[in-house]
Design a protein around this ligand. Structure first.
Ligand code: ZN
Length: 153
């Protein structure tokens, strides 16, 4: 069921019932469509669970008011109201716009135990969630700029 060209996807998806682990639920677009629509970096991050280098993305230090959407399916995922300066070099939020729109998956790849965040609608990899965020949630949604687009308010 997995494309053997994408070992990162296999390694990061341990729950076979999650949307992200089921390519049929991920998106209506074929891989060819996605490669045409997305930049190479956006494709690697969202489809192969890649991570952009810190302090290189478009949004890590963006402070404008607006909504951050999934770059693949345009689902609104985060608000600038919950964005904060984490110092990590990645756009960081203390909560999702709607918890049902971001699916959390246990990720044991790369010898670590982390919580992966994927778009609940299309399964795009977004980043990871850590428990060292600010009040009121204590969570840090550490996202890749390459997984998001921005709609100014
Ligand atoms: Zn999506």
């Amino acid at each position: 069921m997995f494309d053997s060209d994408h070992p990162d996807i296999v390694a990061s998806m341990n729950d076979p019932t999650s949307p992200a682990a089921n390519p049929a639920l991920r998106t209506d677009l074929t891989e060819t469509d996605l490669r045409e629509r997305l930049s190479a970096e956006q494709f690697i991050v969202t489809q192969q669970a890649g991570t952009e280098p810190a302090f290189t993305g478009a949004f890590w230090d963006k402070k404008d008011a607006g909504i951050y959407r999934c770059v693949v399916c345009e689902m609104p995922l985060f608000s600038s109201d919950t964005k904060y300066e984490s110092g990590s070099g990645w756009p960081s939020f203390f909560e999702a716009l709607d918890p049902e729109k971001v699916t959390l998956i246990e990720d044991r790849s790369h010898g670590m135990s982390r919580t992966e965040a994927v778009c609940a609608h299309c399964g795009a990899h977004l980043g990871h969630v850590f428990q060292d965020g600010p009040r009121p949630t204590g969570q840090r949604f550490c996202m890749n700029s390459a997984s998001l687009d921005f709609l100014a308010e």
